[in-house]
Design a binder for this molecule. Structure first.
Ligand SMILES: C[S@@+](CC[C@H](N)C(=O)[O-])C[C@H]1O[C@@H](n2cnc3c(N)ncnc32)[C@H](O)[C@@H]1O
Length: 290
């Protein structure tokens, strides 16, 4: 479905449905980003931490691994992801449950840290999600988020969409560079608009190492995320033609070899004001995006 502006409306429920496939496609890179985002978010031992849009659990597990007493709750609307995360490394300090960022199933002022990694750009009403993150966080606590820099810094997807759009101009609105909150300063502006204090934003860089062209390409065939959904809908012949374009772009006419890329995410953090009114977020149907 397209918005009036011609920008695609993302439908995450169908794009985020198979946990094993997500792990092969993006979870392995979330795992690389998570430690940097945890450090950026100043997570402390003893904190009650919420991971909003926890997916297959990479951020929650990263918090667990750098703390000894922090308790982490992950929440995500995708049943297969929640089941995968719950079964993957069960730990009494970590739990996962179903829920939507726009209507978090937690009481006011429950957590010291509320984090969200690679999620807010997919949430239809991200402003509402930020208000919910603030509501469930204790006054003085930290709310933080990170999103990939799809337009420039996330090379794995930048290369993919550049070639997909050149191959199929009709794919232009699907290019993830058109999603909200993904360029420098957008997250910080959103935090400030919602009244978060002491806001700071930073770029987080990770290295992506692909063992071969197939290691880069094959996960796109698994149907996860906007790029996977786009590839899954192509005929086998068009998939092969796009793969050939990408192979030439990445390897030239040369033999197969490992491929190294970089990925940048923008991360924001800030403090919930001590005077924050925690009650009274109206129902989703009654709100509009700020
Ligand atoms: C790119 S994945 C990121 C998952 C995980 N945080 C990570 O870094 O690997 C996007 C996640 O956002 C979740 N998501 C989509 N819409 C959501 C919503 N309205 N509320 C909470 N999570 C949502 C998806 O189910 C998916 O797990």
């Amino acid at each position: 479905m397209l918005h009036a502006a011609g920008v695609i409306e993302y439908t995450p429920r169908s794009m985020f449905s198979k946990a094993d496939a997500y792990e092969r496609f993006m979870g392995r890179w979330s795992r690389c980003l998570a430690p940097a985002f945890v450090a950026f978010s100043d997570v402390r031992d003893g904190d009650a931490v919420l991971d909003v849009g926890s997916g297959t659990g990479e951020l929650a597990f990263a918090v667990r691994d750098v703390t000894s007493t922090a308790r982490i709750t992950g929440v995500d609307p995708a049943p297969d992801y929640v089941a995968y995360a719950s079964q993957n490394g069960p730990d009494p300090r970590v739990r996962f449950e179903l829920g939507d960022a726009q209507e978090l199933p937690f009481g006011d002022a429950t957590f010291e840290r509320t984090l969200s990694m690679l999620v807010l750009n997919f949430v239809p009403d991200a402003a509402r999600a930020v208000r919910e993150m603030m509501r469930v966080t204790k006054p003085g606590g930290v709310v933080a988020a990170a999103v990939w820099d799809y337009a420039e810094g996330m090379q794995m997807l930048r290369v993919f969409w550049d070639e997909a759009v050149a191959f199929d101009p009709a794919a232009t609105p699907r290019d993830e560079r058109h999603m909200p909150l993904c360029t420098r300063g957008e997250l910080a502006s959103s935090w400030a608009r919602q009244g978060v204090e002491d806001v700071s934003e930073s770029g987080l860089d990770v290295a992506l190492h692909f063992a071969s062209f197939d290691d880069y390409w094959a996960p796109f065939l698994l149907g996860q995320g906007p790029a996977g959904a786009y590839v899954a809908a192509l005929s086998p012949e068009r998939q092969a033609a796009l793969a050939q374009r990408l192979r030439t772009r990445l390897l030239g006419e040369g033999v197969d070899r490992p491929i190294d890329m970089r990925a940048r995410a923008w991360a924001v953090k800030g403090t919930v004001p001590s005077t924050h009114a925690t009650a009274g977020v109206p129902s989703i149907a009654a709100t509009t995006t700020a």
